[in-house]
Design a binder for this molecule. Structure first.
Ligand code: NAD
Length: 345
């Protein structure tokens, strides 16, 4: 039976990346039935919101979505469609793997990190108001329930994926109550995994320095929403930039797969942007759907194409456009799998 998936092309570079990703996923032979839903700036005139209710209904129905980036105006204008979507669907865990790829000119060769970011609260929830004309207040809410839930997700992820350690990242030395509660919650959950998964904690500023100097010391990291947003871009930078960083937003009712990067409006419509991050998000989606073989095939075809170099996009040092890069991956997928040759008796 075909997998019914909501496909949100988004805006900016989103539509061309979504099209490239859809073609690559279909080339695996896994049957998909895409329900295309438009969201983003262009929807505001007609629906009064960048995130029409039909989009949320579609994801609730299908339980899985692949999403391109959506622009959020800085300052005034609408609340982020991305934040609204995560909150409306209870997508509480944002998982962002950062793994080195051969062929990319980066500072380290063997980075293998996973960011598990709390996705529903913290300063990132955007609860803020003016206090008179010259002061603004943002409210940081951290709850025990959300902190324990994300910590448990991080530990369960570590167990399920054969990882060795979870590091909780915080600023509990200064924000003793809010980040203190996050850290305390992580410690509580860590006790349930004692002897199976190692646990430690780091203050977020120190963590940033350590990650750029010694990324090999870290494995799975669990963070409140805002630190998770910032540290995951740092980790993307360690493995080749935003063009190669995938992500998954997981909830109890639905899962939405999207790249870490945004809509990069200056490249919109130019067939220039790198589809790797969204294709790798598609790989995470294939795994979520139980299509392990297809997931391995796409990841291998993508990694081989990147390692060869010339058929990639400009940011990876290649000369191809978005769709030609996707064509190169599709050609790899069509090649017969290497057959095992008999070794010496
Ligand atoms: P961005 O990620 O869109 O772009 C930053 C820079 O990174 C780009 O100028 C480009 O040089 C590079 N880049 C990003 N993606 C790339 C790709 N696939 N290929 C090649 N280069 C790429 O970040 P921004 O400029 O801060 O944000 C632009 C808009 O996107 C904003 O409105 C922001 O709110 C929104 N945004 C959306 C999401 C989302 O939908 N989940 C995430 C982040 C930002």
């Amino acid at each position: 039976m075909a997998h019914r998936v909501t496909l949100i092309p988004g805006d900016g570079i989103g539509p061309e990346l979504a099209e490239a990703t859809r073609r690559v996923l279909e080339a695996t032979g896994v049957p998909f039935e895409w329900e295309v839903q438009e969201a983003g700036e262009a929807m505001i005139a007609e629906h009064g919101t960048p995130l029409p209710e039909a989009v949320l209904e579609s994801i609730r129905r299908n339980k899985v979505a692949l999403k391109g980036p959506i622009t959020t105006p800085v300052g005034g204008g609408f609340r982020s469609a991305n934040v609204t979507l995560r909150q409306a669907l209870g997508l509480y865990a944002n998982v962002r793997p950062a793994r080195s790829m051969k062929g990319l000119d980066t500072r380290y060769e063997d980075v293998d990190l996973v960011i598990v970011r709390e996705n529903t609260e913290d300063l990132y929830a955007g609860i803020e108001h003016m206090v008179g004309p010259d002061a603004a207040e943002s409210i940081k809410i951290i709850t025990r329930a959300a902190s324990e839930r994300i910590a448990r997700y991080a530990f369960d992820y570590a167990v399920a994926n054969g990882r060795r350690k979870v590091t909780a990242v915080h600023k509990a030395n200064i924000m003793k109550l809010s980040d203190g509660l996050f850290l305390e919650s992580c410690r509580t959950i860590a006790a349930d995994y004692d002897g199976r998964i190692e646990f430690e904690d780091r203050i977020v500023d120190n963590m940033c320095m350590q990650l750029v100097q010694k990324p090999e010391l870290y494995d799975v990291m669990v963070l409140p929403n805002l630190y998770g947003d910032i540290v995951s871009d740092l980790c993307a930078g360690l493995v080749g930039g935003l063009g190669v960083a995938p992500g998954a937003n997981i909830g109890t009712e639905a899962a939405v797969f999207e790249a870490v990067h945004g809509s990069a409006p200056k490249y919109a419509g130019l067939n220039k942007a790198n589809p790797t991050a969204l294709i790798l998000s598609g790989v995470l989606m294939l795994r979520h759907l139980g299509e392990q073989t297809a997931a391995e095939q796409v990841e291998t075809a993508l990694r081989t194409t990147v390692a060869e170099g010339h058929r990639t996009t400009y940011d990876l040092g290649g000369e191809s456009g978005t769709s030609q890069f996707a064509d190169a991956i599709i050609e790899r997928l069509a090649e017969p799998a290497p057959t095992a040759t008999a070794g010496p008796a």
